[in-house]
Design a protein around this ligand. Structure first.
Ligand code: SF4
Ligand code: SF4
Length: 452
């Protein structure tokens, strides 16, 4: 096995000439990195691990070497640096050279075998065994709702059993804002409740649809109140975001194709997405579907119609809701919204238009909370450290409620706050907007009191 640090790249080039790049990785994208290092202060894993190999610059260098065949993709040190990356894309925002780090990382992961047994299990069970199969997802969703009905989370907390069970921390500290998830899925059409301004599709998602149905319903309500006919396709599919971020390219491509097909020929002005990771992925279907001869032409056009819910409502001209929510609210930027989609202002603008809300900024709101797709399952130690920073910054902000825009962040930050003994609900921006428009279901007690 070659040592990454000891490679004499120049000598190798002189001896062997320029090697052919490995198929599947776009060398033009890799070469965009000029190794300036301006991204390093923004990288959570560099802050945590203090190692150049765990910085964006170090990773780009190693990916270049692997692509040129100078280090093996299954070199354990290479694997570690690749899979210890949160793929949060904070380096993209910091980069003056326009490096598309997320795309390069996903291409590299597609060629890099999983690092450990836990990672292999997550891929087999969750990414390939559950998310692509709507029937199995429905069963798991039913079980999730059943555990909440019989108050299993409280039992796990009281007994301390959550500490030893797989996924125990998530089962014991479920999202506060969705205490009684509704069973009914959204109808195929939610008609506009004001002068019709647009016809939009809504991605209800996989995990989002099973665990955050209330949020989906409130997103549809907000769109309808703003004059949109809201179409939910009969085929409810996973968009492939978790698979693509983990480098499960085949599964990601398959799910991207199904998602595009589900929204095709519906005469839509936009496809609205309320999960940041999904929106980011769907805006990049051109990359996901580059090997799909039947769909790659249409993919860029489809991606242009994809909009985050706040992004779409603000561009449409959001009608302010009438009911006040008198609370101090801080917004936690999901990485795939702020760095992946460059959507920063719009969720804050939505919150600022809700009467009564005092918007406060927390320190490092755009730093990853450690959720990062399946990262909190595959790299729990680094994930916990990132979550610890996030919880401290939230407490320091003095916020009474945290708003975010991604199910993974809501689960992760909510779990972290509850486990640390802080009764601060974490909800979706669309939850607060929906409650302010008149929906009364699933409000956490502090929101209910603030609206009384
Ligand atoms: S994606 Fe995030 S964790 Fe990975 S290198 Fe970039 S800033 Fe660091
Ligand atoms: S990713 Fe961008 S900011 Fe980071 S070293 Fe490369 S060129 Fe510089």
């Amino acid at each position: 096995m070659r040592d990454v640090a000891s490679l004499d790249f120049k000598a190798q080039l002189q001896r062997d000439g320029v090697p052919s790049p490995a198929a599947g990785i776009d060398m033009d994208l890799v070469r965009d990195c000029i190794h300036c290092g301006l991204c390093l202060p923004k990288c959570p894993t560099f802050r945590s691990l203090h190692h150049e190999g765990d910085s964006p610059r170090g990773r780009m260098w190693q990916i270049k070497e692997a692509t040129l065949g100078l280090v093996a993709f299954d070199d354990p040190r290479f694997q570690a640096h690749v899979y210890q990356c949160l793929n949060c894309r904070a380096c993209e925002t910091a980069c003056p050279s326009g490096v598309q780090f997320g795309t390069v990382m996903e291409m590299a992961r597609a060629k890099t075998p999983p690092q450990n047994r836990r990672d292999r299990m997550v891929r087999t069970v969750l990414l390939n065994g559950l998310l692509p199969h709507p029937g199995r997802l429905r069963l798991v969703g039913w079980l999730y709702r059943a555990t909440r009905t019989v108050r299993l989370p409280a039992l796990l907390r009281r007994s301390g059993a959550w500490k030893i069970l797989p996924l125990g921390k998530f089962a014991a500290f479920p999202p506060v804002g969705d205490a009684r998830p509704r069973r009914a899925a959204l109808p195929g059409l939610t008609p506009a409740q004001a002068t019709r301004r647009a016809r939009v599709g809504l991605l209800t998602g996989c995990i989002q649809d099973e665990m955050f149905r209330g949020t989906n319903r409130r997103t549809a309500l907000a769109l309808a109140r703003n004059g949109c006919d809201v179409i939910v396709p009969a085929a409810r599919v996973c968009c492939g975001a978790l698979a693509s971020h983990a480098g499960e390219a085949k599964t990601a491509e398959h799910l991207a194709g199904l998602t595009m097909d589900a929204f095709a020929e519906q005469g839509l002005d936009a496809v609205v997405v309320n999960a940041a990771g999904c929106g980011s992925n769907m805006k990049e279907y051109e990359v996901q579907l580059r090997n799909d001869a039947g769909r790659r032409e249409a993919a860029p056009g489809f991606s242009r119609t994809v909009k985050d819910a706040s992004e779409f409502l603000i561009s449409l001209g959001l009608r302010p809701p009438a009911r006040p929510i008198r609370l101090k609210v801080a917004y936690q930027d999901p990485c795939h919204l702020v760095h992946g989609q460059k959507v920063y202002q719009q969720p804050r603008q939505v919150l600022a238009m809700i009467p009564g809300i005092e918007l406060v900024e927390m320190k490092e709101s755009d730093w990853c909370c450690g959720s990062a797709g399946v990262y909190n399952l595959t790299q729990p130690e680094i994930s916990e450290e990132a979550l610890g920073w996030k919880v401290r910054n939230i407490i320091d902000s003095g916020a009474q409620v945290i708003a975010s825009a991604n199910p993974g962040c809501i689960l992760q930050v909510g779990m972290g706050l509850q486990r640390a003994g802080h009764d601060i609900p974490v909800v979706h921006v669309m939850d607060l907007l929906g409650w302010a428009y008149g929906d009364d279901e699933q409000r956490p007690p502090i929101v209910r009191r603030a609206m009384a």
